[in-house]
Design a protein around this ligand. Structure first.
Ligand code: AMP
Ligand code: ZN
Length: 464
């Protein structure tokens, strides 16, 4: 498989450190608010990457942190603590906020068919590990104590800017709020490993440490949690592109200083989802969530397909018009696949040839839009329906779009009956035959069927 690697800024052959074993780390959500669909674009593409690596025969272990402490409103060391901000906004404790939004995040993931990583670790579970790592960095001369905080000394490194000439806009994201410069820092790029003399009098979560009562910086979380669960060699580290600097740059600095060798070989960054105002962000007030899309009648998997239609390394602009087009394409595709018959044996040679095209697309830097094209190619292929159904079900292990219905024939025929009733009701309404329309409405209600008006016509769901 070929992947674009931010470390080196080019496409490279993906070669894990130990044969077929892949250690994969993902920066998890900061759980002070709902995830917006921009955050979820990143998690969807990371999910496809993980699933494709498994599909290609790798044995993946994936770890994700939950950021429930230490992430300030600027990605650098300034601003307020996002968790404290969330707690104030909702008059709850930080831990209540963390629990609520962690659960909400995994609910969204479930709706989007995003698999839960093998290990999910909240930062607040690992304070001792952070302290251990910071202590070693202090002992080895990579960190210093100043004005009550512990800082990483970036002047000790030969090359701090490991990602090279990152695009100026991305660099901007990392330092955008860095206005009140911190006089304790020896170098502008130094960053906090442990805060004690915080400017937040009311910092809710504090722990004892060799440097006084305080709390960890954000970057140390990911280095420490990754090394704790995945060891000294990480194969691939993922995140949204705004994480590349300063977060991932700082992770590399402290991890390699701590380990004394190269840490992670591949860096996978997903470009942003934008809306008409620019990058979608939680701090801009109103933002789009999966629940909001559902309220508007969209199946969350339509949003997953919307993401798969474009390449992860291109910015993606969200609009309802584009989502509507995807919704139509999704419905059509599902119907076409549902009409495939169980007409005998799978033709293995044909299946293999179709699968090769799918792999070719994903092997080339995870080209998901060509991966979707491969599904349409299957439908057009000169082979029997059973083979088509089998191959599409295989692809769907990666695409995660519920392309092949797992319903039994009985359930399928029940669905068809309900759809026929809805169509009859629409016809009656068009003919102003209100009595028949009402009768059908009552019958549907008695069967616990709720009708939903959507831009693509009437949809229904069972409400038991
Ligand atoms: P956060 O919850 O803010 O820590 O962000 C969670 C993930 O979403 C990180 O990997 C971010 O890089 C990513 N992210 C933030 N904003 C966007 C966006 N507009 N589009 C895509 N990914 C994003
Ligand atoms: Zn991280």
């Amino acid at each position: 498989m070929i992947l674009y690697n931010t470390l080196g800024q080019k496409k490279m052959d993906f070669v894990p450190h130990s044969g077929k074993k892949v250690n994969m780390y993902t920066c998890g959500p900061t759980v002070y608010h709902f995830a917006h669909i921009g955050n979820l674009r990143t998690y969807i593409m990371e999910d496809v990457l993980e699933k494709y690596l498994r599909y290609a025969g790798y044995d993946v272990t994936r770890v994700m942190n939950i950021t429930d402490v230490g992430h300030l409103t600027s990605d650098a060391d300034t601003g307020d603590d996002k968790m404290v901000e969330g707690a104030k906004r909702e008059h709850k404790t930080v831990m209540e906020i963390a629990k609520y939004y962690t659960d909400a995040f995994f609910e969204d993931c479930k709706k989007l068919n995003i698999k839960t990583p093998d290990v999910v670790e909240p930062a607040t579970n690992c304070i001792d590990d952070f302290i251990k790592m910071v202590s070693k960095l202090m002992d080895d001369g990579y960190a210093y104590f100043a004005g009550g905080n512990v800082y990483f000394d970036t002047s000790k490194l030969d090359n701090y800017y490991v990602f090279g000439n990152m695009n100026a806009d991305d660099l901007e994201v990392g330092v955008r709020d860095d206005v009140d410069s911190d006089e304790n820092k020896r170098n502008k790029t130094d960053f906090v490993l442990w805060f004690t003399k915080s400017k937040f009098e009311d910092q809710a979560l504090k722990w004892d440490s060799p440097w006084g009562v305080g709390y960890p910086g954000w970057h140390i979380e990911c280095s420490s949690i990754s090394i704790k669960h995945l060891g000294e060699h990480l194969d691939i580290h993922c995140g949204g592109v705004d994480n590349a600097f300063p977060h991932h740059t700082n992770e590399i600095a402290q991890s390699e200083a701590y380990l004394g060798h190269k840490w992670c070989n591949y860096w996978f960054h997903v470009l942003h989802l934008n809306d008409a105002r620019g990058k979608m962000s939680k701090s801009k007030g109103e933002f789009l969530t999966v629940s909001l899309l559902e309220e508007k009648g969209y199946n969350p998997l339509v949003y997953r397909m919307f993401c798969l239609q474009s390449h992860y390394r291109k910015p993606l602009t969200f609009s309802y018009d584009s989502l509507d087009n995807t919704a139509k394409a999704y419905d059509k595709l599902i119907k076409r696949i549902a009409s495939l018959k169980d007409d005998g044996e799978v033709d293995e040679a044909a299946a293999e040839a179709l699968d090769a095209k799918f792999r070719e697309a994903l092997d080339n830097d995870l080209n998901t839009s060509l991966g979707l094209t491969a599904v349409y190619d299957v439908l057009k292929a000169d082979t029997n329906d059973a083979t088509k159904k089998f191959v599409i079900a295989e692809f769907d292990k990666v695409l995660g779009l519920d392309l092949v219905s797992e319903k039994s024939d009985d359930e399928d025929s029940l669905d068809a009956e309900i759809e026929a009733l809805i169509a009859k009701r629409q016809e009656a309404r068009a003919n102003k035959d209100w009595a028949t329309a009402d009768l059908i409405r009552d019958e549907l209600a008695a069967r616990n069927i709720k009708l939903i008006d959507t831009p693509d016509g009437i949809k229904w769901e069972k409400t038991e």
